[in-house]
Design a protein around this ligand. Structure first.
Ligand code: GN1
Ligand code: MG
Length: 374
């Protein structure tokens, strides 16, 4: 997009400083992101973002959620006497024309502006140390939001609803838009998916029975959705569009799906796909340290289920996109979404092999936490 047009959009927000330049930032596939650099040393730099309203149809709801969440977290940090708050929670800039509003619409596209977190980095991969920090940070994020006084909106309806994702897959099989259903490779994955379908929908059943609560979750707890300082400490959680009420399994499971896979989610050599127990142990320890204070026994008991659910769900979602014609995830070659689905299935196999070990480790962590409290 032209520089002058971007500058025009930035000018609608109540910024300080003079814009020096605006350049594309990051590799996000969903929103378009730019870094806005200012001339003055005492003025912050900013991040300008066009929100993809095909993926997030109700941008007003997204921004209402984000406002509630960031203000609540800021309040908690202030109350705790935290220093360096500007690096520990995102700050969105209101419009000059309306201090209550955090986004604007230009030619039918949606834009928002936030302060650029200085001296911070994102990571694509983690080691046990940063996984422990990430576990603590996501547990803390949920803990800080546990007493949010308003109910957040569901910015993508049924986003992590396993029954809905299976229905979507079944509809895609029925339609068979690409003629891919009959492929032996597709059939092989489908057999594995169907075998586990009932068990994997356990969360929805427990929800209906009233024994599993929804809480405020991040719902996209990928490694690269956190900012770290140069010493591997987590500063803050970013990419807040999907923050919504969900089962806590979302945040626990999706981190492990991305962080504990030995390879990237589209790596094509299935032999190298696998679940890294060192990452699992470190993340789980960190997460339980900050989240065990509010988690129910049913949530803790089912963490190994969560670790399996997310590779399974992502396998179903990638296969759905493969069968429907690769419309949701950008694919670089015709089999890309199939490879992604197969990769996630192999990750699931590996998680399943570690089920007993995970259970024992979680019990051990809880014993340690309880004996510290006693
Ligand atoms: C999408 O945009 P990104 O990469 O943060 C997707 C996640 C998937 C992920 C798989 C809104 O996340 O749910 O796990 O791709 N986000 C949305 O790579 O669908
Ligand atoms: Mg992201």
């Amino acid at each position: 997009m032209e520089q002058s047009k971007l500058e025009g959009i930035v000018a609608l927000f109540a910024t300080t400083g003079t814009v020096k330049d605006i350049k594309p930032l990051g590799e996000g596939l969903i929103n378009d992101t730019y870094k806005v650099t200012t001339l003055e040393d005492d003025a912050p730099d900013y991040v300008l973002q066009r929100v993809n309203h095909n993926v997030f149809p109700d941008v007003d709801m997204v921004m209402r959620n984000i406002k509630a969440v960031t203000e609540h977290i800021r309040g908690k940090l202030v109350a705790k006497g935290e220093t360096d708050i500007e690096r520990k929670v995102l700050r969105f800039i209101p419009l000059r024309s309306d201090p209550e509003k955090l986004h604007t619409i230009v030619d039918g596209t949606y834009w928002r502006l936030m302060v650029f977190v200085p001296n911070a980095i994102t990571k694509q991969a983690v080691n046990p140390e940063s996984s422990r920090a990430a576990g603590r940070a996501f547990g803390n994020f949920q803990a800080m939001l546990a007493d949010l006084p308003i109910e957040l909106g569901e910015t993508i309806k049924d986003f992590h609803n396993m029954e809905f994702r299976l229905q979507q897959l079944h509809d895609a099989i029925e339609a068979d838009a690409m003629g891919r259903v009959k492929e032996p490779q597709t059939q092989q994955i489908l057999r594995e998916v169907e075998k586990r379908a009932f068990d994997m929908c356990k969360a929805e059943r427990m929800g209906r029975e009233g024994i599993l609560p929804k809480r405020v979750c991040h719902c996209d707890t990928k490694v690269n959705n956190m900012m770290f300082d140069y010493n591997d400490n987590v500063l803050c959680v970013i990419d807040l569009d999907t923050v919504m009420p969900n089962y806590i399994f979302s945040d626990y499971g999706d981190f492990l799906r991305t962080g504990a896979n030995f390879v990237e989610e589209d790596f094509p050599q299935m032999k190298q796909v696998g679940f890294n127990m060192d990452i699992f142990r470190a993340f789980t320890e960190g997460y339980l340290e900050s989240a065990s204070s509010f988690l129910l026994p049913v949530e803790i008991e089912n963490l190994p289920y969560a670790a399996a659910l997310f590779p399974y769900m992502q396998c179903v979602r990638f296969l759905w996109d493969y069968l429907s014609g690769d419309k949701y995830w950008k694919s670089q070659y015709p089999q890309h979404n199939y490879i992604r689905a197969n990769n996630q299935l192999h990750l699931l196999f590996s998680v399943e092999e570690h089920a007993d070990e995970m259970k024992a480790f979680i019990a051990q962590c809880m014993d340690k936490i309880k004996s510290k409290q006693a």
